[in-house]
Design a protein around this ligand. Structure first.
Ligand SMILES: [Zn+2]
Length: 226
């Protein structure tokens, strides 16, 4: 084999090892900070808002191709989130798409609408809102929670399940279950999974309350390779 052929093959194999840098990434979300917080609930206290960051994520879509999306969460959780998504990438675990819930598709004219986001199987984090059918604030209100592939990982209680029409079937792609490597990785990092809850199951939901010591630097925009 000629030297040049070897070099080309080497380059090709390297590009397969590092698919993230191989180009041809489909953009699901490319919002600016302004767009990511457009129409944010005016009741959201500044102390919460100033901790939110817009985090870039790279993942395989349900089409098996590489995608770039974004999630808004507390900046202190960004390292955990990126580590988990790197595992997802390695496993080729698919994410339908990750678009901040401020997107026009999820705005109902009044507020960011989690029902629209869930029905669209959209992965999202921060949303200043109450917990579903409850009076207390959700962990999403602080940017401490993420819902992943929510249509395929519904929230099921004795009385209802959301989003409407969703059926939990762990044999489907993009689903979480006990012992799933992503569930294990989140828990190893101190996160709670809604699939472990006793009285209801929120298979899409992962949360963690960060400690102040987790990061020293406040960042608004966090790139995938930061
Ligand atoms: Zn949730």
């Amino acid at each position: 084999m000629k030297k040049t052929t070897v070099r080309i093959l080497l380059l090709l194999s390297l590009s397969f090892i590092s698919p993230v840098f191989a180009g041809n990434i489909i953009t699901d979300s490319n919002m600016s900070i302004e767009e990511a917080f457009l129409n944010v609930n005016p009741d959201c206290p500044y102390e919460i808002l100033e901790n939110q960051s817009l985090i870039e994520l790279i993942y395989y879509g349900y089409d098996g191709r590489l995608h770039k999306g974004q999630v808004v969460m507390d900046y202190r959780l960004a390292d955990d989130l990126k580590a988990v998504f790197r595992l997802a990438l390695k496993m080729k675990f698919p994410i339908a798409h990750a678009v901040p819930i401020s997107a026009p598709a999820y705005f109902n004219g009044t507020e960011w609408d989690d029902n629209l986001s869930m029905a669209d199987n959209n992965t999202s984090g921060f949303n200043y809102r109450k917990a579903y059918k409850q009076k207390n604030l959700s962990k999403h209100a602080y940017g401490y929670a993420i819902d992943i592939n929510p249509f395929d990982n519904p929230y099921i209680t004795k009385n209802f399940s959301v989003p409407p029409g969703a059926v939990y079937d762990r044999s489907k792609k993009g689903t979480f279950y006990t012992g799933h490597p992503i569930v294990i990785e989140f828990k190893r990092r101190g996160w709670t999974w809604g699939g472990d809850w006793a009285n209801s199951k929120d298979y899409q939901h992962f949360q963690k309350v960060p400690s102040d010591s987790q990061s020293s630097k406040y960042k608004n925009y966090i790139k995938w390779d930061d």
